[in-house]
Design a protein around this ligand. Structure first.
Ligand code: MEV
Length: 439
C-alpha cells in the first residue's frame, strides 16, 4: 500500500491533478488533457465551480435539455432538465404534448412544512421534562430571534416546537420536533442554525433549572439537524380526460390502455420490485428538473422514497382512477425546494433554468417538478403497457451506440435513417455499421 497523502486540500489545482494522475491513472499526460478539456477558462465560471466544493480538479458536465409544451395551470412552460439518460427528455416532451391537447396539467400545493429535530438524551422524570419544556419554550424562540427575524419579516419562521418522548423506541431518547416555514428558500441552513440555537438554549436552561435534580440537569444533546423527510411539504399534480380521448399511437383501444395503466399501478402497489422501478421512472423527471434548478436532488430522493413507504410498504407514488368515463392520473409528492439561496444565485445555468421557468416561487417550482414526475411516469407506463420500453429507449440510445463505434456524421445520418424501420440492438447497430464501412 502506498502512503496516504497529507495536506491534499492545500495543494494547488495543478499539483492535485499531477498527484491523482500519477498515482491513479495509467497515462498522466492524457489524464491532464481530459481534465483541462472541461475547464472553463474564458470567464469567471471556473472560479465559481472551483469554490463550490473542496479539491475541484475540473467540471463534470451533464446535458441540459428542454422539454417544451408543458401546460401547467394554464401556463405554458418549457422544462430545463439536466440528465444523461437518452430517452428522458424525449419522453417528457411526448407526455407534455399528449396532455397539452387534453387540457394540460393541474397542480397545487398541499403543504410547505419543513422539519428539523434536536435529538437528545435525558435521564430523569418525563413529566418534569415536559414542565421544563413548557417553561423554556418562549426562550427557545426568543434566543433564535437574530436568526429568524428576516424570515419572519417575509412571513416565515418557526411554526412550532414540540417535545417528543421516544423512550419506548430507544431508552432515554427525546427530541425537539420543530417545524418551519421557509418560503422560497429550501431552508437547510436556516433550519440547522435555528436547531443548533435551540439545542444550546435547551441545554443551558436545563443546567439552571430548579425543576431538575443534578442528574436530570445533564441533558445530552446528540445532534441537531433538519429532516429530509417532509410528508407535509407536498405538491400534487394531476391530468384527466375522457377515457375515449386516450388514443395512443398504437392499435390499443383507449379503455384497454386506461385499464392497463391502472393495473400497472396496482402491480406497483403490491410488488415493491416493480414499485421501485416505477418510482425510479418518476424520479427521472423529478431529479432532472431539481438538478437543473440547483436544488438538492439527494434530499428530494431520500424524502420521496421514505414517503413511498409511509403506509408500511413501498408503493407507487402515482395513482389513477376511472370514474364516470373519466381517466384521472395524479401524484402527491414531498418536495423541499428553493428558488432563492443555495446555488440559485450563483450557478449561471441554474439562474438561466429559473429564468426559463419564469422565475418561479418555491411553491411554483414544487408544482412544476411534481408535473415532471407525473409526465415521466405517464410516458413510461404508456410505453410499457403498449409497445414495450425498448423500442423508444433504444431509438434514443442509437446515437450513443454510434458514438461508441466512432461513426462519422454521414454514417450516423445513414444509420439513423436505416434504424427508423429496424429494431435497435447493440448487435444490430454494430453489424449495420460494419456493413456500411464495408468491413
Ligand atoms: C427507466 O429509466 C425508467 C423506467 O424503467 C420506468 C418504469 O419502468 O416505469 C422505464
Amino acid at each position: 500500500m502506498t502512503d496516504p497523502i497529507v495536506g491534499f486540500s492545500k495543494l494547488s489545482k495543478q499539483k492535485k491533478i499531477e498527484w491523482v494522475a500519477q498515482r491513479y491513472t495509467h497515462n498522466p499526460i492524457e489524464t491532464k488533457k481530459i481534465l483541462e478539456r472541461y475547464w472553463n477558462t474564458e470567464n469567471e465560471v471556473q472560479k465559481l465551480h472551483d469554490e463550490f466544493i473542496e479539491n475541484t480538479i475540473t467540471n463534470y458536465y451533464l446535458p441540459l435539455g428542454i422539454a417544451p409544451n408543458f401546460l401547467i395551470n394554464n401556463i405554458l412552460y418549457a422544462l430545463p432538465m439536466a440528465i444523461e439518460e437518452s430517452s428522458v427528455v424525449a419522453a417528457a416532451s411526448k407526455a407534455a404534448k399528449f396532455w397539452l391537447d387534453r387540457g394540460g396539467f393541474k397542480s397545487e400545493i398541499i403543504g410547505t412544512e419543513k422539519i428539523g429535530q434536536v435529538h437528545f438524551m435525558y435521564y430523569g422524570d418525563p413529566t418534569k421534562l415536559e414542565e421544563f419544556f413548557k417553561a423554556v419554550y418562549h426562550k427557545l424562540v426568543k434566543d433564535a430571534k437574530p436568526l429568524t427575524k428576516n424570515m419572519e419579516k417575509r412571513g416565515g419562521g418557526i411554526s412550532n416546537i414540540e417535545l417528543r418522548n421516544k423512550t419506548t423506541e430507544l431508552k432515554y431518547y427525546y427530541q425537539l420536533h420543530c417545524t418551519f416555514e421557509t418560503l422560497d428558500a429550501m431552508g437547510a441552513n436556516f433550519i440547522n442554525s435555528c436547531l443548533e440555537q435551540f439545542a444550546l438554549t435547551f441545554k443551558n436552561e436545563a443546567q439552571k433549572s430548579a425543576l431538575f435534580t443534578e442528574k436530570e440537569k445533564k441533558i445530552e444533546i446528540v445532534m441537531s439537524i433538519l429532516s429530509n423527510y417532509v410528508p407535509n411539504c407536498i405538491a400534487r399534480a394531476e391530468v384527466n380526460c375522457a377515457v375515449e380521448d386516450l388514443k395512443m399511437n398504437t392499435a390499443i383501444p383507449p379503455r384497454e390502455f386506461a385499464n392497463n395503466i391502472l393495473r400497472a399501478i396496482d402491480i406497483a402497489n403490491v410488488e415493491p420490485h416493480r414499485a421501485v422501478t416505477h418510482n425510479k421512472g418518476i424520479m427521472n423527471g423529478i431529479d432532472a428538473v431539481v438538478l437543473a434548478t440547483g436544488n438538492d436532488f439527494r434530499a428530494v430522493e431520500a424524502g420521496v422514497h421514505a414517503y413511498a413507504s409511509k403506509d408500511g410498504k413501498y408503493k407507487s407514488l402515482t395513482k389513477a382512477s376511472i370514474e364516470n368515463g373519466i381517466f384521472k392520473f395524479w401524484i402527491e409528492i414531498p418536495l423541499a425546494l428553493g428558488t432563492v439561496g443555495g446555488l440559485t444565485n450563483l450557478h449561471p445555468l441554474v439562474k438561466l433554468a429559473l429564468e426559463i421557468l419564469q422565475q418561479p416561487t418555491a411553491k411554483e417550482l414544487m408544482q412544476i417538478v411534481a408535473v415532471a414526475g407525473l409526465a415521466q411516469n405517464f410516458a413510461a407506463l404508456s410505453s410499457l403497457v403498449t409497445t414495450g420500453i425498448q423500442e423508444g429507449h433504444m431509438k434514443m440510445h442509437l446515437l450513443n451506440i454510434l458514438n461508441q463505434l466512432g461513426a462519422t456524421a454521414t454514417e450516423k445520418d445513414e444509420l439513423i435513417t436505416y434504424f427508423k424501420n429496424h429494431t435497435v440492438t447493440h448487435g444490430a447497430v454494430a453489424e449495420a455499421f460494419e456493413k456500411l464501412r464495408g468491413s
